[in-house]
Design a binder for this molecule. Structure first.
Ligand code: SF4
Length: 325
């Protein structure tokens, strides 16, 4: 079954039913699935794994109510809140990415809309940073106007992260302050001016397998350069603090990562937040599908250090990637 499905994946047309078959595979078929996926990963991505680090450049005080997010207006999570980090923090992290030969420096800003003044201030930071550090920069920054997006592009941001987070039909269960279509419009606008796109989601929000398939098919249609797949880390003080994530077995998580690779063979497939929790001890198999991971933690949750992450990759028999800028 896996071999016959392989022909369909990566093509423009194939059905949600075919995708669902991957998530419903019996666990004993997982080794065959991993072998198939590894051949695809190797063809398009070799055996390297890129490492990203993340700077939370603006934290908390968001007007939105995303249920999983410690920075949302409804969250009571005990996090640091600040408007914009000092430039020196961005420079420190940028230099770290450069000195450690990491693939990419990701910069996240909480919030959904920004004033022109805020965008100008951030664009000035980015311009300065690009003069001092030669690392790819990806930025996660809510909804932008066309003019704001162009300003950030001119400043030197290469790629923008804007996740769909879950399936369309489940979206209103995790957020009611903006819509799924607003997210898609924002991504299309960014693509229209030449931004590369990073677009992924979060597994474990209470969604069904159908929602996971719907999300991945929507993401595939957007042709993103990278696809971060997060597994929910329920954070105290958030609406999903008590979320039941017991179904996030390593086998289920691996099937989702395999499906992402099969659907988007040429994209960076990134196992993002939660890998340390749900795939601990299974990393070697994770790398059969995934060619990208974070080190040094996430926006509001900790994670493995850069050194531990490099060791994880090399111990699994993969190389950690150095992208030329
Ligand atoms: S995910 Fe983004 S938009 Fe949603 S609450 Fe968090 S910071 Fe705001």
């Amino acid at each position: 079954m896996i071999k016959s499905l392989q022909k369909s994946f990566g093509q423009k047309c194939f059905s949600p039913e075919e995708a669902m078959q991957i998530l419903n595979l019996p666990d004993e078929d997982l080794p065959d699935l991993l072998d198939t996926v590894y051949a695809i990963r190797k063809k398009y991505k070799g055996t390297t794994v890129g490492i990203q680090i993340l700077t939370n450049a603006r934290s908390g005080n968001c007007s939105q109510n995303c249920a999983y997010c410690a920075q949302s207006r409804d969250s009571e999570a005990n996090i640091n809140k600040y408007r914009l980090v000092p430039y020196e923090k961005l420079l420190h992290d940028g230099r770290l990415a450069q000195d450690q030969n990491l693939a990419r420096h990701c910069i996240g800003l909480s919030g959904i809309r920004f004033s022109d003044k805020e965008i100008n201030e951030f664009a000035d930071y980015v311009k300065k940073l690009k003069k001092e550090v030669h690392t790819h920069i990806c930025c996660s920054i809510g909804f932008l106007t066309l003019q704001q997006a162009q300003k950030l592009k001119d400043a030197g941001i290469d790629r923008i992260n804007h996740n769909l987070n879950t399936g369309r039909n489940f979206y209103s269960s995790i957020c009611t302050t903006h819509t799924y279509d607003e997210r898609i419009s924002n991504i299309r606008m960014l693509q229209s001016i030449g931004f590369e796109i990073c677009c992924g989601g979060i597994i474990g929000l209470g969604e069904s397998k159908t929602d996971v398939v719907d999300m991945l098919l929507e993401i595939k249609d957007l042709h993103p350069q990278s696809v971060p797949v997060n597994f929910l880390i329920p954070l105290e003080g958030t609406a999903l603090a008590d979320a039941d994530t017991s179904h996030l077995s390593p086998e289920y998580c691996l099937k989702i990562l395999c499906l992402a690779r099969l659907l988007m063979p040429k994209s960076d497939i990134r196992c993002a937040a939660g890998r340390e929790v749900y795939l601990k001890g299974w990393e070697k198999w994770m790398f059969y599908a995934v060619d990208s991971i974070f080190a040094s933690g996430y926006l509001t949750a900790g994670g493995q250090s850069i050194e531990e992450t490099v060791k994880l990759i090399t111990d699994a028999g993969f190389q950690y990637k150095i992208e030329a800028v």
